[in-house]
Design a binder for this molecule. Sequence first.
Ligand code: BGC
Length: 698
Amino acid sequence: MRVAAARLVCLVALLGSAACASDAPREVAPSVAAYCGEDAEAVEARIDALLGEMTLDTKLRMMAGSRPGVVGGVWEVPGAPEHGVPGLHMLDGPRGLSAFTDLEGTAFPVGSARGATWDPELERRVGAAMARELRAAGADVLLAPTINILRHPRWGRTQETYGEDVHHLGEMGVAFIEGAQSERVIASAKHYAANSIDDTRFDVNVVVDERALREIYLPHFRRAVTEAQVGSIMSAYNFVNGDHCSESTHLLRDILKGEWGFAGFVESDWLLGTRRTAPAVNAGLDIEMPAGNHFARGRLLAAIDEGAIELETIDEAARRILRAQLCFDLDTDPALRDPARLPMEAHHGLAREVAERAMTLLRNEGGLPLERAGTLAVVGELAARENIGDLGSSNVRAPYVVTALEGIEAAAGGATVVHLSEPLDAEDEAALEAADAVVVVAGLTEDDEGEGGIASGDRESLALPRGQDALIEAVAARSERVVVVLEGSGPMLAPWLEEVEAVLMAWYPGMEGGHAIAAALFGDVNPSGRLPMSWPVAEADLPPFDNESLEVVYDYWHGYRHLERSGVAPAFPFGHGLSYTRFELGAPRLEREVLSGMDDALVVEVEVTNGGEREGVETVQLYVSVPESAVERAPRDLRAFGQVRLEPGASGTVRLEVPARSLAYWGEAGWTLERTGYVAHVGTSALDLPHAAPFRVE
Ligand code: BGC
């Protein structure tokens, strides 16, 4: 169909461009073919024709959003209806249909919660579900996923990203993008690049050496492009090594579009995301959002007149913008606004499933699961609060939110639930003493963390705010059986840890979160979440977080790699999470112990046995060390993970695959795969790695 359409356009246009005149098969770069699929040739031919027909004005108009605010519930980039080009219609975002539209959407658990599922297949379904809601809101570009490295958990947007590890972030991001794009929605991986501080996000210059950039800050973006064929990339607000991200030739033209062969378009981030005209266009920024300021027609024309921008550069941007629209069939199958379909009820069950899978049991000295008998006291300011995350661009208008208290009350069965509000008086204290168990719901809210500039920004510290430590300690002094449920984006210091029986990390669990919390507490669901970031004892254990200076250095070290290198134990390691059952891991079996080069892969099988009395999910993690590397490597790097769900007494096999290229380091000569010995460490967290298996690259 596409081929026929392209020929028709050529005939009608009578342009005589090479592709039309000869009708010869068009040479399409492999990366364009991968981006566009079987339509690639026809689409490129049609774009050739369109570029010949369109006036310069029409092309320039496509290079900027139409207005600073949403139009009809979406941010719009004009198309060219006279040429059958529909334009783009953008909306956030990372946890569901953006509240910037006027419609209600399903509020999923935030990115860090979904990171804790370590389940890319589930994340693929989340991406697809968000995309379906976006289309029903009339949008065709989903401003997600956020795949910035969590360098430090004080970052205000910790909740939007999946975690601290390069490999884990890549797996989850690729799955989300593939899910979203399977619904003919263009995903937009953001924010490219090194965007991990919010308070200074508009001005900060991140100084990062090429090795840290290539190995830590970019690999998951590369995978978004080369594996998931992400439709678009959003440039970041910050500067990298002195260049604004919208003007970084190195990031945009050389690496993204050059080395990785990215075939889609780059749009700027919103408020101050574009700073100048010619430097941005020439570096490879294709669209200024949300409206044309530096990319306003007059400014672009002036730059062209002065010779600062070549017409071919405009054509290249226009080609990318057209390609995305045509490859995603936006011309023939547009997203049609249909508020009656929103929010999609079928997705509420998915929001609950994800929340249940995200529940991360950090500590359990026997406090959990709770019995459905006796008296259960529920305390803490967050127990009855709707707490689903940031009020910035990731905010969603949920049709309802189940609080922890509501969830517990609904699930309590034979237990009597008493809710004690603060400040606790003598009567409340007596009730605590009389209760069979106490659940304290504590943590962070949208007042403590969020997007900079438009919401709360970075966290002030890793401590629990508003006197919650004192509350937990006061409760622990009156009850032997205290369970702390924590809500928030990530790690919080827990000076009271040894005084409580159990700690359940619930994240910002989305609109169904209260039910998921209760299911984990009462044991209806066996917790299977695993930390996607390290949980430090003290903030000083992490690299510094500087959200005041206008220049920061991002070196090679953060997260578990930093902690292990400096010999500091975390409160809970990366990858950690307990279960109500017990799993045993067999010794890893390597398919081959010698790999032959970049395109080879290590294949490992691990047998897992559920030795307990409950069905459960185990996440097997494989970390690699390079004992005799020529350069300093991390003590261990996560390179693969996989999951298995097992009935009590059952065994199953997890198959793990480590592409040899992921073992390469970035050196003087580019990617270097050392011919040396490696060790695969297999276990269930960065610090619980009972099995080691050597292998070699020859
Ligand atoms: C945020 C982006 C978001 C955009 C549109 C910006 O301020 O940084 O993540 O997609 O606004 O809402």
